[in-house]
Design a protein around this ligand. Structure first.
Ligand SMILES: Cc1cc2nc3c(=O)[nH]c(=O)nc-3n(C[C@H](O)[C@H](O)[C@H](O)COP(=O)(O)OP(=O)(O)OC[C@H]3O[C@@H](n4cnc5c(N)ncnc54)[C@H](O)[C@@H]3O)c2cc1C
Length: 403
């Protein structure tokens, strides 16, 4: 893979060790993960055994769980340090699972907001890849963009435990998960701004059921789940009752930024495929690369990549510094999702029919780009919330003083 679009806009050059680590991650994803993508995409037992093999290799090569805390068995990289290699790791959708960084969001959330028992029982096995977790907020019958409508309920029992009842969908990875964090109403009525809590539900509990798989443009991995009076121990409530939205906000900021980094890696991959194709496919008048309209695709894709990368790293920097990053994350999320869709679309166009066929990763990358504009909040949600936040700063000023 060449790096013609990547080399200049990254943050300050890391030290030699970090650059070396990033190179090793990049080589691992390219040489080991990408060749297995078709098997991993198909799911089932063959995918499970391929993933186990890749994880074993990642451990052997010292690349396992790099951003997870060292005291839990991870590599102990800070978020800022991990951000330097997350793009390379995320060039394949399967990179984070193969390299053990996929539980970063859950481990961060449970480490900060789980009680002593939750932390002791689950964190190390999650980092080791012995347990898997997922996150269920979106429901079939209410807009996911409006969590106040949440209808899943958790009712407190006399012994302090909770009985959770409801239905969620598009819960990524629910079928193989041992734990699911569920957003449920512990107080108030659907529509109320208060009364939403997060509970950590062991999926082996009676009353928990995977209802069906929901293929996304043909790809596996999303599920509808049902909870029918599932008993959850008192100490499996995360944070305080009614504290769901603050915890979810923190999780989403980190999660959206991680996705943006991975989408940059995927777009870079599509860009490289496009340029290689343009340079090597020849007609009677020379290579495709000689056509100005093909050059336009290359230019526009490179511009999209280069203008998005700094936005994503601005969000990373603010999160790493513990600053309010809502505007930066919103800008990065919309820009990165649009950019991925656009770059992959150009790469498909330059490939012609081959771009739609089974011989390149482009159809899968296109699927990621399309889903990117909806998952973790659709574009519209981020556009309106960023614009409102910005406009608030102008409230009350005379137009003339704005300049
Ligand atoms: C691949 C994939 C993985 C996912 N993984 C998970 C997961 O693991 N856990 C989980 O809980 N959820 C998950 N989701 C669900 C995802 O977070 C929701 O789909 C998303 O938040 C949007 O909610 P919704 O689908 O209910 O759309 P709705 O809220 O019904 O919105 C539909 C459309 O209405 C418009 N709209 C909505 N709000 C506004 C607004 N404020 N202004 C203007 N227009 C608006 C937009 O066009 C939007 O696309 C996943 C989704 C996908 C596709």
């Amino acid at each position: 893979m060449t790096d013609s679009g990547a080399a200049y806009d990254r943050p300050a050059q890391p030290d030699v060790e970090r650059a070396e680590l990033r190179g090793r991650v990049e080589r691992f994803v390219r040489a080991r993960v990408i060749p297995y993508e078709a098997v991993l995409d198909a799911g089932g037992p063959a995918a499970a055994s391929a993933l186990a093999e890749l994880r074993g290799r990642a451990r052997d090569e010292g690349l396992w769980a790099l951003p997870l805390p060292a005291e839990l068995g991870g590599g102990g990289l800070s978020f800022a340090a991990y951000a330097e290699l997350a793009e390379a790791e995320g060039a394949s959708d399967h990179g984070p699972a193969a390299l053990g960084s996929a539980p970063l969001l859950d481990v961060t959330m449970l480490g900060r907001h789980g009680g002593a028992r939750v932390r002791e029982e689950y964190l190390e096995p999650l980092v080791a890849g012995e347990l898997r977790s997922c996150y269920a907020m979106t429901e079939p019958d209410i807009p996911g963009t409006d969590p106040f409508g949440t209808t899943t309920r958790a009712e407190r029992q006399p012994d302090g435990s909770w009985l959770v009842t409801g239905r969620k969908w598009f819960t990524s990875g629910a079928a193989g998960a041992d734990l699911v964090t569920v957003m449920a109403r512990t107080g108030g009525l659907p529509g109320d701004r208060e009364g939403l809590s997060l509970l950590l539900v062991p999926t082996g509990s009676p009353g928990f059921r995977v209802v069906r798989e929901l293929p996304v443009l043909g790809a596996t991995g999303q599920y509808e789940i049902e909870l029918d009076r599932v008993r959850v121990p008192a100490d499996h409530l995360l944070g305080a009752p009614g504290g769901a939205l603050a915890i979810a906000g923190e999780r989403l900021a980190l999660g959206r930024t991680l996705r943006c980094l991975r989408w940059l890696g995927q777009a870079q991959r599509a860009f490289d495929l496009m340029c290689e194709r343009a340079a090597t496919r020849r007609g009677s008048r020379g290579p495709l690369a000689d056509h100005e309209l093909v050059q336009q695709h290359v230019f526009d894709a490179l511009l999209a990549l280069r203008t998005t990368r700094p936005l994503v790293h601005e969000a990373v920097a603010r999160i790493a510094a513990g600053q309010d990053a809502r505007t930066e994350v919103g800008l990065a999320k919309v820009a990165a999702a649009r950019m991925l869709q656009r770059v992959v679309d150009s790469a498909i166009q330059v490939h012609g029919a081959a771009g739609l066929g089974p011989d390149t990763a482009l159809p899968a990358l296109f699927r990621s780009g399309r889903a990117a504009r909806i998952l973790d909040g659709p574009d519209e949600l981020h556009i309106t919330s960023v614009a409102r936040r910005v406009l608030r700063d102008y409230g009350g000023r005379e137009p003339a003083t704005r300049g």
